[in-house]
Structures are given as structure tokens and as C-alpha cells.
Ligand binder design. Sequence first.
Ligand code: GLY
Length: 399
Amino acid sequence: MKNILKSLALLSVILVLQSYNNNDSKPIKSIKKIVKASAEQYTFMNNSIYSKLNTKRMMPRTIKKNGETGLTGIYDWTSGFYPGSLWYLHLLTNDAKWEKLATEYTERLDSVQYWTENHDIGFMMECSYGNALKKAPSKAYDDVIVQTAKSLATRFHPKAGIIQSWNASKKWGCPVIVDNMMNLELLFHATKISGDSTYYTIAVSHANATMKNHFRPDYSSYHVLNYNPETGEVLGKYTHQGYADDSSWARGQAWGLYGFTLCYRETKDPKYLEQALHIADYIKNHPNLPKDNIPYWDYNAPLNNDTPRDASAAAITASALYELATFLDKKESKLYKNFANSIINSLSSPAYFAEPTTNNGFLLKHSVGSLPHNSEIDVPLNYADYYFLEALYRQKTLK
Ligand code: GLY
């Protein structure tokens, strides 16, 4: 009896210690199993929507309130994620069926290369055409990336040194959102293809302005900044999708982490690595980060039993962390990789990863699009799936 009590006491000490140590994770249990389940689920999704996707609304994005799959057109910011997920399934399985589908959906975005109405074309075209180029070189696809960079560069304000995110509205004249860091990847890519340094220079300028103006001393970020495009003066700092102007929107933190990590990859400027590490630490050590490492939709959101998590923020964070880990020495690298592994272990558990043939074929449950707009709350989102698959691919390939 004494021994049993001793063991129970020891067990409770271990459990308490574990609850304070949510980043000390084990390696991912079975990446092969997760990839297999993901491929089966996307086969189900594709079979259910293929005929609908031949209509003008072309990409699966979420599940609507009526239970139907929400489809979206090619000029929506999320249009590149479905083709991108198909590319990652191909890269992860080497099954030619995914390459065929990925090519078909990627090429549906062809006309987006000329789109200049917002900053999102970096997301749309790098996730689709950019990933296609990971598989095989293509002069035609290279040209698409460079033309897209030209279109994106039309939104650059040289005097302020920033790329304008959205068009002017009553609320702001020249808004820049932290998400815009993600569009820089396409600009770096275009310079590598074309040899034209203009795109690289724009990307670096935008990253520097974002680092200077978007982040608070604790490395949390504002979502939206309103700039004077002629002087670069910041006229106001706001949120659009977060809890409050001065709160820390979970996906915004993930975009910042991913964005500065990719800027370090492309420039090797140590200030970007430092920035990414600070953001990673902010996330990892946040007192409101739940034990399973899947954040609430905003790090400062009031917490109760109904506060939604955001699996998309978690997936983006994990993918970024796998890359960040490659730039660090062995001990530090292990720390961030373990953190990423623990996120992926949670996302691939039944709490977040859908049962086969449920969730309309999407992989992950429990993401948030925009809570203040009462839009897409606690639903699957195509970008959560995309960054989850990218994280699996990076876990496998980035050492
Ligand atoms: N880039 C838009 C979003 O993260 O919701």
C-alpha cells in the first residue's frame, strides 16, 4: 500500500511538471500514418467537390454554416492553398495522381499574375506556382512568378518603403497588415529567377519597416498600420481580425514568425533571425498558450470554456519553427523543433484531425477566420490544412 501511495505521489509530481512544460515534446509518432490519412481525406474531398469546382467558384475554403463546403473564387486571398496542399501531398507521397490535380488547380490561377487589387497575390501564387517549381523547373511557371512580382510591386510606396496591403477605405488610407510579410517570399523568388534585384530590394524594405513599426517591445504585433505613403509616418495602429487594437492576434504572430524566418533564409541578415526567435519565444512562453500548444484565436482574448482555438495559427507556427530550427545550433534547434513537434502531435490527434470522411474532407478542425466579423469561427480552413501539410513536409525534409 505504501509503495502504491509512493508511486501515485511520484506520478502526480510528474503530471504537474508536465503541465508546466508544454514544449518538452516527443518526436512525431508516425508521420507516414498522418500523411496516409491526409491523402485519403483529400481523395474524399476531391471526389465530393470535383464537379462543383468546375463552376466559377473554384477552390474549397471552409465549411459554411449550412454544412456545405464553402468554395471560393480565384481572386480570393486563399485561392492558392488548395493547389498548394495538392503539391505537398504529391511531394509527401510521390503519387502522380496528386501532381495531375495540383497542376490542374494551379493553372486555374493563371490570370491572377496580373491582379493588382491587393497584396495577397504573393500567398496565392507562391503557394501554387511556387510549390510547383519545387517539383520541377518550368520556364512558363517562372514567368508567372516574375509577372506576379511585377504586379505586387505596383503596390510599393518607395518613399514610405512599404507595400500597401489593401486599397484605401474610409477607415485607412494606406493600410499594411502584418500578414503582408508572407508575400515577400514571392518577391525573393522572382529576383532569383529573373536576376532583377528590384523585387529583393522591395522585400527587404518592407520587412525593415514592419520590424520597426509593427512590433511592440514584447514582440507581439499590431495587425494593421495606417501609413502616410509619402513620408512613411505611421498614422495609426489597429486591429482588423484580433481582439483589440493593442492585442496579439494569434495568426498575426504566426505570420510574423514565418515571415521573418523566410527573410533570414533569403538574406542571411541576422536581425531577421533575431526577430523570428523573439516572436517564437513570445508564442512558446505565452501564459495563455494552452498545454496542447494550439493557441486561442488571440493571445489576449478573454478566456472561458467557449473561447475558440485557432488551428491555422498553430499550423503556420509549426511550419515556420521547422525552418527556424535549421538556422540554429544543435541545442537551440532541438528546443524549437520539439515545440513544433508538440504542435503537430496535437494537430494530428483526434481533437483536431478529422475522422475519415468527416469535416467535408478538410484535414483540420477548429480554426478561426475572423471572429470580430463573426466569420468562419471554429471551422476548417484551407490554409490550416496547407500549413499543416507543409509542416509535415518540412519535418521530413529540413534538417
Ligand atoms: N491574411 C488574412 C488572414 O490571415 O486572415
